[in-house]
Design a protein around this ligand. Structure first.
Ligand code: F6R
Length: 250
């Protein structure tokens, strides 16, 4: 596998992380209005979407031709479920911009035939020529999407078991830990690596272990995000709290 350089940007705050990422993304949408965009959910993404919505309004950015593919969805949850990631996206982003409903693609966590659901999703991404930009967060254990430690770097979209760390970390969005689904559908690491450009956003000291490991010399499936350093066009955008504990190993 070829070795690639990667861009690494440390900014002062969570707000600044969102602003940087939004600027990069908006430049790309202006260049290619029918961009295929890979999206993530989670607490890191909330201020990013807020900033993106603001930017869309301020700069009249047109989302009508942009296609979006979200990374993941909890198994068993329908898109109308208020704990679903689809619901998160609707509330935090989709309903605030002029994206066309038909251009929103999402894994359906409640489809019985989840294998077909996952392979159809892969085919759909391919049919649009692949993801142009993938926006990523990172889990406290280094996961990307719901690709937990141990996931193959070649993995494609599939059903996965969530680690107890991830379930605990995501339990704030649920009434109790036991109600957090045990399984999820996620785009694979191989699928993520096929994206033409990747932006990874990380904020807060909770993420510093994962980012440190992802940037360290050792690329290992124990830290799924570590493979990203081999991507030909990746930018890590992190805040100073993430960076405080990182001795740069580059
Ligand atoms: C969710 C996703 C996850 C999150 C990660 C960080 O769609 O892809 O990999 O990006 O779990 O989540 P937060 O930002 O909530 O810490």
């Amino acid at each position: 596998m070829a070795k690639h350089d990667f861009k690494f940007l440390v900014v002062s705050s969570q707000n600044a992380v969102s602003k940087e990422a939004v600027e990069i993304l908006c430049r790309q949408i202006k260049k290619k209005p029918n961009l295929v965009l890979g999206l993530a959910t989670g607490t890191t993404m909330k201020p990013f979407y807020k900033e993106l919505i603001k930017h869309c309004k301020r700069c009249k950015l047109d989302f009508s031709k942009v296609k979006t593919f979200n990374l993941d969805e909890y198994s068993g949850l329908s898109e109308g479920d208020k704990h679903s990631l689809r619901h998160f996206m609707e509330n935090n982003f989709f309903k605030h911009v002029n994206i066309s409903k038909k251009n929103i693609y999402f894994l359906h966590g409640d489809r019985r035939n989840y294998r077909k659901e996952c392979s159809d999703y892969e085919k759909r991404i391919k049919s649009f020529g692949g993801i142009d930009i993938q926006v990523l967060g990172i889990g406290v254990n280094g996961h990307i999407g719901f690709n937990e430690p141990g996931s193959s770097f070649k993995s494609r979209t599939r059903r996965v078991k969530l680690s107890s760390k991830t379930r605990k970390s995501n339990s704030e969005d649920f009434p109790s830990l036991s109600s957090v689904p045990k399984y999820a559908l996620t785009v694979g690491i191989g699928t993520i690596m096929d994206s033409r450009k990747i932006l990874l956003l990380a904020v807060g000291d909770k993420k510093s272990w994962a980012v440190k490991k992802a940037l360290s010399k050792k690329i290992s499936t124990k830290v799924p995000a570590s493979i990203l350093r081999r991507h030909k066009d990746i930018e890590f955008i992190i805040d100073s709290r993430v960076a405080s504990d990182i001795k740069l190993l580059m």
